[in-house]
Design a protein. Structure first.
Length: 317
């Protein structure tokens, strides 16, 4: 059965909004709650506030009981792997074994440069991510002193306790659209794949690439959960949904940087319309092979849209 999750607001909002959004999402029956990992917003003006990923996720873990909780996604350059491993294991324990760790390469260059974060070339970051996954799995699953010797990361007789609740370790998903190397890495080492703002046909094509990589490495394609992030503008009528979408578009920054291009693609692929319209659009994606939706309800109408979707669409999928 398809899962439906929501991305919790974290840019330009207070923890009161996080609390309300998370608790209502759980009450309505959403399957998962997600937090992005950025130091500044990428959809809004960078001067707006951004709540930190792992501390916010810990808070969400403490105020909910059932939904999966996850990072969408953290990346290989923002944290030392030992700190990442410890944070993730602790959140898995706080949540009672509900963590999904989403990983990626890092892409938001304005943020990276502003905070003087080392930003290795793409090839190196791919190698680092592959090694990071091995490092995390070994640290989480091994008993006693742990040793690891990689090109980028090392462990020398390291004790790591307490372990995550989930055995042998929490699910790891990779957020990527890279077809040659990154989807192959998904096939080799990940439990799930996430990407965003694809049409149903685009999703099917990338999933076919992933399937071929699975065949080449001897992996069962069906073992890998395929998830997709989409914007949603939903209202009682198509006209009202289009107005909500227009208001959001008018409020967001424009430009030719990557963050602007990405948001433009999300807007073009946004699920838009009445509950019946949005349900029909989602079912096209389900037929295309999506296992898990991670939905974003953008802008000032976010709570209203969350509730309409939860009450009039969620149970029909």
């Amino acid at each position: 059965m398809v899962k439906v999750g929501v991305v919790i607001p974290q840019y330009g909002v207070s923890f009161r909004t996080v609390f309300k959004f998370a608790r209502i999402s759980e009450k309505l029956g959403y399957d998962s709650l997600w937090i992005e990992d950025h130091l500044t917003p990428w959809q809004l003006p960078p001067g707006k506030g951004a709540l930190e990923c792992f501390t916010t996720l810990s808070y969400i873990a403490s105020i909910t009981k059932k939904p999966l909780i996850g990072t969408l996604v953290t990346n290989v350059i923002y944290r030392h792997p030992a700190i990442l491993a410890k944070s993730a294991a602790t959140i898995d324990r706080i949540s009672g074994g509900r963590l999904v760790l989403g990983l990626g390469l890092g892409w938001y260059e304005d943020e990276i440069r502003a905070f003087n974060i080392p930003y290795p070339p793409l090839k190196q970051r791919i190698e680092m991510l592959s090694e990071l996954i091995d490092y995390l799995k070994k640290l989480w699953a091994s008993k006693g002193k742990v040793n690891f010797k990689g090109k980028y990361f090392k462990l020398e007789r390291a004790y790591f306790n307490p372990k995550p609740i989930q055995k042998p370790y929490p699910p790891i998903i990779i957020g990527t659209g890279g077809e040659k190397k990154m989807l192959k890495l998904v096939a080799e080492k990940a439990d799930g794949w996430n990407y965003g703002a694809l049409t149903p046909e685009e999703f099917k094509r990338k999933a076919l690439v992933l399937r071929k990589h699975c065949e080449s490495v001897g992996r069962d394609f069906n073992e890998i959960e395929k998830s997709l992030e989409l914007y949603v503008f939903i209202a009682e009528t198509l006209e009202k949904a289009e107005t909500m979408k227009k208001h959001y578009w008018e409020a967001i920054p424009k430009g030719n940087k990557l963050q602007h291009i990405i948001q433009d693609i999300y807007m073009k692929t946004a699920l838009t319309g009445s509950p019946g319209d949005v349900e029909a659009q989602l079912k096209e994606y389900i037929r295309a092979g999506v296992d898990h939706f991670t939905l974003v309800f953008p802008g000032k109408y976010r709570l209203e849209m969350l509730e309409i979707f939860g009450k009039k669409v969620l149970s029909n999928l």
